[in-house]
Design a protein around this ligand. Structure first.
Ligand code: FAD
Length: 596
């Protein structure tokens, strides 16, 4: 039965994380009839898990901080592959977005003078992350959600969008199903904002939850938009490694920002052995200087534990490979021997409880065992820097699902600010787009609705007999083993062959039972997206014959200046993934001068 209920809006926002909520508020404020659709319950989006904080050059602790320094840090962290215009807008607008959040009721931690407190994070020159203990994302979601609900924006929860609908070249709406009943739903809308977050569930060890199957990435591709930066996947250096049931769960970078250090099985503080040339001038080279930095940042350089995430993740990986890892295949993160228990419990309350409850480890007394975990995708929908518009008229993207802002590597804290800055811009411009179509609204075509419904129902009639969970598990192994932190050509080629075979298996997935809350069926639907995104990552990773940021090639260990000027762009043509190489937008001279 492919009948579907219908709803008419101006703007439909897919996703209720920070980007989606901020976009919806902006679209609503611009006068658009707006709906938010999300796969899980409101308040469950990934953003709620964000711990460390929101990066914004407020200059509360260091008056010398300003958008130019933040811009420079962001570009350097991304190894200059960022879309410069996005990095500029982000650095310029983040402070206003944080203050606005405060105005809307967010309660940030404070300095002694009553200003919003800011904490240190890797790659940021000055203490810059506005935070609420280690529960910043929760406060951000709470604030935005309260506002969205107070404004009367309609929310469709536990509702998964599976396809963008089009009228000719233009967006006409979105098709989806209610997770509980399995019934179909069609949104008629001239503007759709994708804010669906990340792709982590394609990897075996990840900090991401079940929702992050790259739906937005894959739907955008199918609708005719392009993806960039897909070879760049961020492996966060510190995920839990033990016990197995919690493997991958994030241990916030704030542990290191607040004094935690990394040690190998020999007790050596090994990060001093891994300071790359690029960051030598600003990184301490003795333990004494590194330790002095926590109290005197003006006269000392930063500890190497606070190098950008890609550097730290690779160093940990190398130590484990060299046989100097901890018993469960990680290394040690030690704050217990460095800070008193009161400080740890006050600054890192969630971490304290997380380890106590999940691993029976008291982090005020013992070191944590940690290792790299797939955390964030830099790659995403190619958008116009100023408006968040994708190549398809009426399609917008913001937050983790959008590409360009973070280049080859994202700095911690720069995601939450990205969500606010570009969520707002995408929402506003989606509303403007909708208003412009007032007398010429696109129409949802019945044949597209029928086709979308049939695709989703196929696993019920398939006689292939494949189990969706088996295919997912095998895909996660392939991505973990062959497309992980360290990559090489033959392994990536193998991965692509394996993914092609998994695609054949996915086409034969059969599910049992009915349409009412059937998780096996839901996974069967998501698999298609996971496979598309995985293929994009592997294809781009094979093509980029250099190492840069979140992409490390064992067979090409150095950054190649030629590649430093190019983006890999993926599109979908006749169901096949197409790859092209395109020059980066040129940075204007006045911004170039900041790097001299
Ligand atoms: P999300 O918050 O991921 O929300 C995605 C939304 O899309 C959800 O509502 C989901 O239900 C919905 N959705 C997805 N697919 C569909 C579909 N098909 N149909 C309908 N709805 C769909 N960043 C920082 O800057 N600072 C930090 O301190 C920080 N800490 C982090 C800690 C953890 C544990 C993790 C995992 C990430 C952290 N990050 C941090 C990264 C940051 O939290 C995320 O990148 C960011 O929250 C993503 O926000 P978003 O709005 O793009 O999407």
């Amino acid at each position: 039965d492919i009948t579907a209920e219908r709803h008419v809006y101006d703007v439909v926002v897919v996703g209720a994380g920070g980007a989606g909520l901020r976009a919806a508020i902006a679209a609503h404020d611009a006068g658009a009839r707006t709906a938010i659709v999300c796969k899980s319950l409101l308040g469950k989006a990934h953003t709620v898990m964000a711990e460390g904080g929101i990066a914004a050059a407020l200059g509360n602790l260091y008056p010398e901080d300003n958008w130019k320094v933040h811009f420079r840090d962001t570009m350097r962290g991304g190894k200059m592959l960022n879309n410069w215009r996005m990095a500029q807008i982000h650095a310029q607008e983040a402070p206003a977005r944080v203050l606005e959040l405060e105005e809307w009721g967010a309660l940030f931690d404070r300095t002694k003078d009553g200003l919003i407190s800011q904490r240190d994070f890797g790659g940021h020159r000055y203490a810059r992350l506005a935070h609420v203990g280690d529960r910043t994302g929760l406060e951000m979601i709470r604030t935005l959600q309260q506002r969205a609900v107070a404004l009367g924006i309609d929310v469709f929860m536990e509702c998964t969008i599976t396809e963008i609908l089009k009228d000719g070249d233009r967006v006409a709406g979105a098709f989806g199903y209610w997770r509980e009943s399995g019934r179909f739903i069609v949104f008629e809308a001239p503007a759709v904002v994708l804010a669906t977050g990340g792709i982590g569930k394609s990897f075996k060890v990840t900090s991401n939850s079940w929702e992050y199957t790259g739906d937005g990435h894959a739907m955008a591709l199918r609708a005719g938009a392009k993806l960039i930066n897909m070879e760049f996947v961020q492996f966060h250096p510190t995920g839990m490694v033990w016990p197995p049931s919690v493997r991958g769960i994030l241990v916030t970078e704030s542990v290191r920002g607040d004094g935690g250090v990394l040690r190998n099985s020999e007790g050596r503080r090994f990060m001093f052995d891994y300071i790359p040339e690029f960051f030598k001038a600003e990184t301490a080279d003795t333990e004494e200087e590194a330790d002095r930095w926590y109290t005197d940042k003006k006269n000392n350089r930063r500890p190497p534990e606070l190098l950008p995430r890609d550097e730290v993740a690779r160093a940990i990986n190398a130590e484990i490979k060299a046989g100097r890892g901890s018993p469960h295949g990680g290394v040690y993160l030690d704050i217990a021997s460095r800070r008193d228990p009161e400080f740890i419990k006050r600054r890192l309350p969630s971490m304290y409880h997380q380890f106590k409850e999940l691993a029976d480890v008291d982090i005020t007394k013992e070191p944590m065992e940690i290792g790299p975990t797939c955390h964030y995708v830099m790659g995403g929908v190619e958008v116009d820097a100023d408006t968040g518009a994708a190549a398809v008229p009426g399609l917008f993207a913001a937050g983790e699902v959008a590409g360009g802002m973070h280049g080859s590597n994202r700095l911690g804290g720069n995601s939450l600010s990205d969500l606010l800055v570009f969520g707002r811009r995408a929402g506003l411009n989606a509303a403007y787009h909708a208003i412009r179509t007032k007398n010429n609204r696109p129409r949802v075509r019945d044949d597209q609705v029928r086709a979308a419904g049939e695709t989703v129902l196929a696993p019920f009639t398939s006689k292939g007999g494949e189990n969706p969970y088996d295919v997912q598990k095998d895909l996660q192994e392939v991505m973990h083993n062959l497309v992980g932190i360290i990559r090489k050509a033959d392994e990536l080629e193998q991965a692509l062959e394996d993914i092609a075979k998994l695609r054949e298996r996915a086409a034969k997935v059969s599910v049992h039972g009915g349409r009412q809350y059937n998780p096996g069926w839901h996974l069967a639907i998501d698999l298609r997206n996971m496979l598309t995104v995985s293929e994009c990552i592997a294809r781009a990773a094979l093509t980029r014959t250099e190492s840069r940021g979140g992409h490390t090639r064992d067979d090409y260990p150095m950054a190649d200046p030629e590649w430093g000027t190019k983006n890999i762009v993926l599109s979908q043509v006749d169901g096949r993934i197409d790859l092209a190489i395109q020059p980066l937008p040129e940075m204007p001279d006045e911004l170039k001068a900041l790097f001299e």
